[in-house]
Design a binder for this molecule. Structure first.
Ligand SMILES: [Cu+2]
Length: 636
């Protein structure tokens, strides 16, 4: 275990240069006509915006009465008053020298015991703590929420939980958080937060886990410190992780209703690995904690005092006083350090890369031409390794790659990113947010006995003819009369409307995911795994969108008439089983979802039909919270 440099008492305080107060939404310009317009760059001068808002007599809000407008303005004023005072001290990310902190390996916790040479189930207690975290040598320590077995050992990201295939791990997740959140939140979106809770609601979802609904971390299964307040779907303190699924990479993170984006921003993130030595050892991929490393990547903005910066006023403050369509930070953080550095031997390493950001996509590449040998996507191995020069990763996707530094033509390589944000048609990256981390490669060749086999794992496709039904899932984005996003949803339904997706346990289904918006949305389905079959462009998408917005019925709107455009190929490393996939804007993506184990074809050893059921949602956290999420319940 290497926890070097994880703690610091905030010494080395430097003076940072100031720059205009900008945040990470869109740039707004207030025209003399009194109308906001978006100008390509996604930054916003808060003080300008606030003063312009105060000049506005009333924002036109079709279908809402003036009382609501006044109420929301009052609420937003209270929020803005709390947070805007801190805006002046936004840190320029260029003030932080890159590649000075060594990338940590997060503490590893064993999710099983070994008794007389046999792996047996284990119960863990993991808490959520309020503490300070050093994100960079020259940045004062940052108030965060962190997972750990104790406050002193809690880290951001949290500990890596290492489990064994077929051996149960039980975790009692304990909320030790204070009564107030460290980040602004929004009372106008459906949220678990309420003054009567007297605490910060949290609930842990194991992303990629195939477990019963009671342990899935439903958005309404939240609880506050000491379980004093509990959400309407709360059932149990102790979560049961079966680990009966295929070996692979998972991650755990918060999932509380309307708070996912802020609870993850605060630090409630960690990696979880299911290993099956019987089938993985013969692969002989790089192994051991030195050569097999999770890399959890997210973007953040900071103030000069070290605190996390989050836009305290949304893009539509008269409607949502805080919510903004996407959070972006300029500092790229890997395993809790901004633009870290790693010294590697001239040999192969395995990196399990998790995109744990709210909204930022990464298209990774090495500046010296080094390649990624992609071996697994999300929680499932590929059938074969795929060599890539560029690797596109949406929020919540996991890429398990081998990098062979013995092939490096140089002694250093910078892991970089060139994905526009929002993806795919937002701003280009800049000098700062295009850098991720630096590898320094030792000069002499190492003796490396690890290999990359031609074949990895083969988990067959279900027969498409046996799919039990077809569903159409449409993604919508809505804007206010001033043409600013107000909310998004799936199937034109709020989260609270009765469940419409009720698959039969043990079956497979065909889903057509119709992206009617202009951005890419990573769709994540709990419990099931899916394969991407086809991506077809929608012709005359505006006409089709108009019909869908009115009717919300793809068949009635004659989807077959519109889904006749070009086809996008599914790239080789994404042809296997996924739990999240990037839904291209203006396209229909056909997937086959399987609700039984993909490695054994067997049905689940638990009752998947139990309450509170599951969810499926966009994994851009700001979308998920407002509310691009729908319930998913199973029937027998
Ligand atoms: Cu989305």
């Amino acid at each position: 275990m290497n926890t070097r440099g994880l703690e610091d008492d905030g010494k080395n305080l430097h003076t940072f240069s100031r720059r205009p107060q900008v945040c990470n939404a869109y740039t707004y310009h207030f025209e003399t006509t009194g109308k906001f317009i978006i100008r390509g760059t996604r930054s916003l001068n808060i003080h300008t915006l606030l003063s312009e808002i105060s000049k506005m007599k009333m924002v036109k809000m079709a279908g809402r009465n003036e009382m609501l407008v006044v109420l929301v303005i009052v609420i937003s004023s209270a929020f803005v008053g709390t947070w805007a005072a801190k805006e002046e001290s936004l840190l320029s990310p260029s003030a932080l020298e890159m590649f000075v902190d060594e990338v940590p390996d997060m503490p590893r916790i064993c999710g099983f015991d070994v008794v007389k040479g046999v792996s047996v189930p284990k119960s863990l207690k993991i808490g959520m703590f309020s503490k300070k975290w050093k994100f960079h040598r020259d940045l004062p320590a940052t108030p965060v929420f962190a997972y750990g077995e104790s406050k002193s050992t809690a880290t951001v990201p949290g500990p890596t939980i290492e489990t064994r295939h077929g051996v149960d791990t039980y975790v009692t997740w304990q909320n030790h958080l204070p009564s107030k959140h460290i980040l602004p939140w929004d009372p106008t979106i459906p949220t678990a937060m309420s003054p009567s809770n007297k605490g910060v609601p949290t609930v842990v979802h194991l992303h990629g886990g195939i477990d019963e609904p009671e342990s899935d971390g439903h958005a309404y299964s939240w609880f506050t410190s000491g379980f004093k307040a509990r959400g309407p779907a709360w059932t149990t303190k102790k979560y049961h992780y079966h680990n009966s699924q295929q070996p692979g990479n998972l991650w755990y993170h918060d999932h509380a209703m309307g708070l996912t984006r802020v609870n993850l921003l605060a630090g409630l993130i960690g990696s979880y690995i299911i290993r099956d030595p019987k089938v993985e050892a013969p692969l002989n991929l790089p192994q051991g904690s030195e050569y097999d490393r999770p890399l959890i990547i997210f973007d953040r903005s900071f103030r000069t005092d070290g605190s996390l910066y989050m836009n305290p006023v949304g893009n539509n403050p008269t409607i949502h006083p805080q919510w903004q369509p996407e959070y972006f930070g300029d500092a790229i953080v890997v395993n809790g350090k901004a633009w870290p550095h790693m010294t590697v031997k001239r040999r192969k390493y395995r990196f399990r890369i998790i995109n744990a950001g709210n909204a930022r996509f990464y298209r990774f590449f090495f500046t010296n031409g080094l390649k990624f040998i992609h071996v697994a996507s999300d929680s499932v191995y590929n059938e074969r390794p795929v060599v890539l020069t560029k690797l596109l990763l949406a929020p919540s996707e996991i890429a398990d790659v081998v990098v062979d530094f013995s092939k490096s033509p140089t002694d250093s390589a910078i892991l970089s990113n060139d994905a526009a944000y929002p993806y795919p048609s937002g701003d280009p990256v800049n000098k700062i947010n295009s850098k991720v981390m630096k590898f320094s490669i030792k000069p002499h060749q190492e003796n490396d006995t690890s290999t990359i086999p031609n074949r990895l794992m083969n988990y067959p496709m279900p027969k498409l003819s046996s799919a039990s039904r077809t569903r159409y899932i449409a993604m919508y984005e809505f804007a206010s009369p001033i043409d600013e996003p107000t909310h998004l949803n799936l199937n034109n339904k709020s989260f609270e409307e009765p469940t419409t997706e009720k698959p039969k346990v043990g079956t497979s289904e065909i889903w057509y995911v119709i992206n009617l918006t202009e951005d890419n949305h990573p769709l994540h389905i709990h419990l099931g795994l899916f394969r991407v079959l086809e991506q077809t462009e929608l012709l005359n998408v505006e006409e089709f969108r108009d019909c869908m917005t009115k009717e919300n019925d793809a068949v009635k709107c004659q989807i077959n008439k519109y889904a006749r455009g070009k086809k996008l190929p599914v790239v080789a490393h994404e042809k296997g089983w996924k739990n999240v996939y990037k839904m291209t804007p203006g396209f229909v993506t056909k997937i086959v979802v399987k609700f039984s184990y993909v490695h054994s074809n067997e049905s689940y050893p638990f009752d998947a039909t139990a309450e509170p059921g599951y969810v499926y949602h966009c994994h851009i956290l700001d979308h998920e919270d407002n509310v691009m999420m729908r319930p998913l319940k199973f029937v027998n």
